[in-house]
Design a binder for this molecule. Structure first.
Ligand SMILES: Nc1ncnc2c1ncn2[C@@H]1O[C@H](COP(=O)(O)OP(=O)(O)OP(=O)(O)O)[C@@H](O)[C@H]1O
Ligand SMILES: [Mg+2]
Length: 246
């Protein structure tokens, strides 16, 4: 499979502290990848660098068929180029229905100039129905988003990101605060999403990561400590030492 994103030799310091230290990481088109690591390992900072929120001191970040540098692009350009990101706290419009939230995301995907003239047609309504099915909210389309459970709001937010058809989706700790059943459903959504795009998931919950059934990258002190299947990395001595704090 061809490479979609390549991070090479990236470092960033905050007040002299190296949060990311000579990090190299690659993700292929339509790959699902889990990123784990102890608190402060640099997982969120890594996503901040890809999305242009944080600029590294050194290194390269290239993306897409032509290997364009993301480091010379603004945050909004990076988003337009197909990099979507889900933050931990859902940011759905609570007063609006699930369908309206999805429709707004679809509208946004058309770009700033089409927003004013946007009139949803049948195809758009069909897209909303399909998205709702993908995130398991078909039965809740006309409910006010504020009435949804925490897990359902997270799914809605994932649906709103999917509406924008990202080529690379970054998701930071999606299972935090979810019930076990909600977690299971979340892994299904992410696995399904990764059939048509690359998805990078940061998560602490090992059961969740195991269910994703994908390659795992372990970050530690801003670099890759180990990479491989969940069984491989959880048996890796360096990883065990880090998690046991040795
Ligand atoms: N903007 C910033 N200014 C100063 N220090 C920062 C900044 N962002 C991150 N850091 C520091 O960089 C290190 C890595 O932080 P990061 O949030 O990337 O870790 P993480 O792996 O996401 O941790 P967690 O699992 O707790 O979410 C931490 O020591 C953090 O305090
Ligand atoms: Mg984090």
């Amino acid at each position: 499979m061809s490479t979609l994103l390549e991070v090479s030799g990236v470092s960033v310091s905050f007040d002299g502290f190296k949060a990311i230290n000579n990090l190299s990481f690659q993700i292929a088109e339509r790959e699902l990848r889990a990123v784990i690591g102890p608190n402060g390992a640099g997982k969120t900072t890594f996503m901040d660098i890809i999305t242009g929120k944080t600029r590294p001191d050194e290194g390269r970040v290239t993306y897409g068929d032509k290997g364009a540098s993301l480091l010379s692009m603004s945050e909004s350009r990076i988003a337009q180029a197909g990099v979507g990101r889900k933050f931990q706290r859902p940011t759905v419009f609570e007063d609006q229905s699930v369908a309206d939230n999805l429709m707004m995301a679809l509208k946004k995907a058309r770009g700033p100039f089409s927003v004013l003239a946007f009139r949803p047609d049948e195809e758009d309504h069909a897209k909303i129905a399909k998205l709702a099915e993908e995130i398991g909210l078909s039965g809740a389309l006309h409910r006010k988003s504020g009435e949804l459970s925490h897990g359902q709001k997270q799914w809605l937010e994932i649906g709103m990101l999917l509406a924008q058809e990202p080529r690379l989706l970054l998701v930071d700790e999606p299972a935090a605060g979810m019930t076990p059943t909600e977690r299971e459903h979340t892994t299904d959504i992410l696995r399904e999403a990764a059939r048509t795009r690359a998805v990078v998931v940061v998560e602490h919950d090992m059961e969740f990561v195991r269910r994703l059934n994908c390659k795992v990258t372990v970050l530690h002190e801003g670099s890759v400590l180990a990479e491989g299947s969940i069984d491989y990395v959880t048996k890796n001595e360096k990883v065990i030492d880090v998690y046991l704090g040795r």
